[in-house]
Design a protein. Sequence first.
Length: 296
Amino acid sequence: MKIGFAGLGAIGTPMAVRCAAVHDLTVWNRTLSRATELVTANPAMHLASTPRALAEGADAVITCLPVSSDVASLLDGRDGLLAGLKAGAIVIDCTSGDPATSRAIAARLAEHGVAFVDAPLSGGPPLAIAGKLTVMCGGSATDVARAEIVVAPFAAKVVHMGPVGAGHAMKAVNNALLALNILGLSEGLVTLAKAGLDPRAMIDVLNASSGRSFVSETLFPDRVLSGLWPKLFRLALLEKDIGIAHDLAEELGVPDPVLAAARQQCRVLRADLGESADYMEPFRVAEQSAGVELRG
């Protein structure tokens, strides 16, 4: 298939590399130098200078950008996606976006005979490299089936969540729960360390008990206990996702005091730590506040 790929960030780049092994792939990025470097390193790829050039002749366009408004901004103008997309094409949005904007984008595309599926991801760059991402899709059953073929090179699991926007709703709530785990675990483990417990012993017990989670089993040992602190996902993006989940709950009339409190805490941390801070930084902040270190 002839595929266009827009958004070559930390997760988009390995996704594009895997797509190029299967599809005839053209890439575009807002920072052109990043796209140029990728195409130079992967000669099978083609370089587009504009979103319109990316979309021309494409059977599908994949977008993987920070927020839904970024995707919407690519649609219009002489060099926009709509100027290049052909009727019958499909746009697959892997952005961790918001349901309302997704529905608006889908409606705009439908006016031009173009299908839309929101298809956010879970797994991060390591699983993108391995081709084992989970993709949660919103759209018609027919469109999701089409999307599944396109995303197959980087996806191990594709789940149809419901109509357009359902994928982004699922992703937002998933990441909100991730944020709750990070915030709660950082406070709990620092409390235990302050009480004199050994970090390796307490995480060993926790991971054999009912309080375990992905954060305790994987993220904490690999990134905090190790002392490595790699930067793989920005706290600003996690704060954005928990905000989407909170807004969705408010829109549906669902009380969400826990989500609201976590959103406020993430907002404060983001303001204090800056836009480049990693999403595991709450552990470091908790350590500094208590005067302890979570190391073995």
